[in-house]
Design a protein around this ligand. Structure first.
Ligand code: GDP
Ligand code: IMO
Ligand code: MG
Length: 429
């Protein structure tokens, strides 16, 4: 197994960016396969902090970085992000960066619709990132999307724009909004087209060639399994499949290319946006986790909700995504707690459950059953070897892997790239 697929095993923000960056120097290509610029992946290398939303995290190490067909691409967000990273000294060019020419585009009308729906939903809102992700995926599946390859054929776009605008104008009218300004949209597309097209190609072909040459591919998931449109806390989810299987369909390689599935797991739990969260803590412990973990969204700056580690949810995510091993991140945030708790089951209507039920009301009503462990007084922050960890922290790691029925491959002990403990190498497994 030479390839590695990185996915989030909770509600996103598990530290995927840090782990992908750490692995990227040993990969020959890094591929994003779903989501869009709703993602926020943070990389810390010495004094430099890089925040990536759309670009694969491999770009910082100069590894060939590819945006696969499963991603929804906002061309203006792409340009802004490339400019920001270039200003930070990262080199991005048509040799080390490519975009699938069959990627659907996120247009300003998608962002409009995302905002209008959220505003209309009031307290029932999803709490989206407002980036137009959901509406763009709807148009892809509805066969109305404008795709990257269409940017090379803007003179022949009339019939497609008719279909797209007819759909959106009806929706906009329902919100009391004017129809899409078609001429302005076309003008904006004309202006951005050459910029995007310099990177566009059939990336499935390039990736298959990379694979045939025996090179290592690292797939970079966005969000997390609990935000998956099928398996997550529906309807409080994102609009793509975030599970490991999407790495194949979202890049143009078959499922056998997926390789070692590395689930990224935070040592506690966070969530940003609305929706059920059984172990959420509204008390000073939740506050302390948020402060110690700097739990504010990379994309929207929103405060993340915090709670104890939920072994039931994580075991379910690992099973659904076929996780081979996990990277346990942010262990250092638990340093100094007298006691730590792990959710090992739920109580619902007098019954004990060992899984997370599918119905939204049941998801909202389950009560966590906790197991309490002693915390550790020493520090794990910055540890780079197993021997540096306090005995009680090792006990916590061992209990986590036992409960989620999945072994630990990596442990992360700070935001910094090198503060990472390798237990089992995903590339040589
Ligand atoms: P992603 O979306 O999964 O890539 O995660 P984010 O970048 O949105 O959020 C993770 C945050 O935790 C970032 O600010 C990282 O720099 C930081 N981080 C990653 N690993 C660790 C760790 O082991 N310890 C601490 N304290 N912070 C970490
Ligand atoms: P990374 O890759 C955490 C959440 C939003 C909202 C729901 C739907 O950094 O882990 P969307 O804009 O996708 O329609 O919003 O999904 N969400 C994330 N939460 N991390 C992310 O990405 C997320 N991307 C989307 O907060 O609840
Ligand atoms: Mg994030």
């Amino acid at each position: 197994m030479a390839n590695v697929t990185v996915i989030g095993a909770q509600w996103g923000d598990e530290g995927k960016g840090k782990i992908v960056d750490w692995l990227a120097s040993r990969a020959d290509a890094v591929v994003r396969f779903q989501g869009g610029h709703n993602a926020g992946h943070t990389l810390v290398v010495g004094e430099q902090v890089y925040k990536l939303s759309l670009l694969p995290s491999g770009i910082v190490t100069g590894t060939l970085s590819i945006i696969g067909n499963g991603v929804v691409l906002d061309p203006w967000a792409l340009k802004a992000e490339i400019e920001k990273l270039t200003a930070q000294g990262v080199e991005i060019n048509a040799d080390n960066f490519a975009i699938a020419d069959n990627c659907p585009l996120i247009l300003p009308l998608h962002r409009d619709l995302d905002g209008l729906r959220e505003a209309a939903a009031g307290a029932g809102k999803i709490g989206t990132t407002g980036r137009g992700i959901g509406p763009a995926y709807e148009d892809k599946v509805g066969r109305r999307a404008i795709r990257v390859c269409d940017l090379a054929h803007l003179d022949a776009l009339d019939a497609q724009l008719d279909r797209l605008c007819a759909h959106h104008d009806a929706l906009r009218a329902g919100f009391g909004q004017p129809p899409v300004d078609r001429a302005a949209l076309l003008a904006e597309l004309r202006e951005i087209a050459p910029y995007v097209l310099q990177f566009a190609q059939p990336v499935w072909k390039r990736l298959n060639a990379v694979r045939k040459a025996g090179a290592r591919i690292l797939f970079e998931g966005a969000q997390g399994v609990l935000l998956d449109v099928d398996h997550g806390t529906y309807p409080f989810v994102t609009s793509s499949n975030t599970v490991s299987g999407t790495a194949a369909s979202g890049s143009g390689l078959g499922p056998s290319a997926t390789g070692f599935v590395l689930g990224i797991v935070k040592a506690y739990t966070t969530r940003v946006g609305s929706g059920p969260f059984p172990t959420e803590l509204a008390d000073e412990v939740g506050q302390r986790l948020g402060e110690r973990g700097h739990e504010f969204g990379t994309v929207t700056g929103r405060k993340r909700r915090c709670g104890w580690f939920d072994a039931v949810l994580t075991r379910q995510s690992c099973a659904i995504s076929g996780v081979t091993g996990i990277a346990l991140t942010k262990l250092d945030v638990l340093d100094g707690f007298d006691k730590v708790k792990i959710c090992i089951g739920y109580r619902l209507n007098g019954k004990v459950l060992d899984y997370f039920p599918s119905h939204a009301a049941d998801q909202a009503n389950v009560e966590p059953i906790y197991e309490e462990m002693d915390g550790w007084q020493g520090t794990t922050a910055g540890a780079r070897s197993w021997a540096d960890l306090p005995a009680q922290a090792i006990k916590y790691i061992q209990r986590v892997q036992e409960l989620i029925e999945t072994p630990v491959a990596l442990v992360s002990t700070s935001p910094e790239r090198e503060d990472t403990i390798l237990v089992r190498d995903p590339f040589v497994d």
